[in-house]
Design a binder for this molecule. Sequence first.
Ligand SMILES: NC(=O)c1ccc[n+]([C@@H]2O[C@H](COP(=O)([O-])OP(=O)(O)OC[C@H]3O[C@@H](n4cnc5c(N)ncnc54)[C@H](O)[C@@H]3O)[C@@H](O)[C@H]2O)c1
Length: 295
Amino acid sequence: MKNVAVIGAGTMGNGIAHTFAQSGFRVQLIDINDSALKKGMDTITKNLDRMLGKGTITEEQKSETLSNITTFTNITEGVEYASLVVEAATENIDLKLNIFKQLDEACPEGTILASNTSSISITQIASVTSRPDHVIGMHFMNPVPIMKLVEIIRGYNTSDEVTKLIMDLSKTLGKIPVEVNDYPGFVANRILMPMLNESIETLYNGVAGVHEIDTVMKLGMAHPMGPLQLADFIGLDVCLSILNVMYDGFKNPKYAPCPLLVNMVRAGKLGVKSGEGFYDYSESKKAEKIAKQFL
Ligand SMILES: NC(=O)c1ccc[n+]([C@@H]2O[C@H](COP(=O)([O-])OP(=O)(O)OC[C@H]3O[C@@H](n4cnc5c(N)ncnc54)[C@H](O)[C@@H]3O)[C@@H](O)[C@H]2O)c1
């Protein structure tokens, strides 16, 4: 497996492209327009520079990584030679079903189609393709170049062979894969999102302020980052989509998104990527400083 196509150059897609490229894969990075691709490539360059500054990579590794990535705005052209496609587009079911229909038509027979979805059913995504045994969840964590875990989600029809191949591939990227079954939120978000939602509810109820809630969880529970800041990093729109998938999937009110989260997303306050969420990231230096703690 030499060619890997990545769909989406946003928060996760650029990290996934970076990680494959740094491990020597040829990466075709695909997004809907040139400005999204430019933003993604700028982030990869900035993250590589940070690694260079810390001495974890050499100048040669940086330029090799960048030269392994080619960008496309056309899915059909981008996936032509791919043995694996990792889809990391916006967390929206209709959008993903549409992308997987296109991928099934455009990709060579035998190409494995993976989704980085945080919560959408892999079985449902696979059902719109003619190769459900070759569809799998490859759920990387944010920031991808740093975080070790990849949650590998087996859809109802995913074959043993494809699961083993993707587990082994994740190890060659220096990651630790964990195999889980396909139920809403899988394992990571089924446990994480109710905690983030409860933190937002605590703020909404006026029990404490943003800084106080995050400090309690950081110092009291030894979490490296407060839950409200983590929600900002994940993206409040992504958190809302995941909660809605679990709410619909389990028909259980405990997953109902807090009205404050719904309002903030409606108001365009999406966290780090929009410049403001529970914290203000409008001065780029502030966001850089926070990001530096993790990269
Ligand atoms: N943000 C996180 O912490 C996180 C963690 C794990 C998994 N995920 C999952 O990763 C996926 C991407 O999330 P994100 O946070 O990177 O979102 P994002 O909003 O940062 O980026 C999404 C990108 O997808 C692109 N896109 C939309 N439609 C497209 C199409 N038809 N073809 C190609 N590109 C398209 C957008 O232009 C954008 O650049 C989602 O499924 C999300 O649930 C997110």
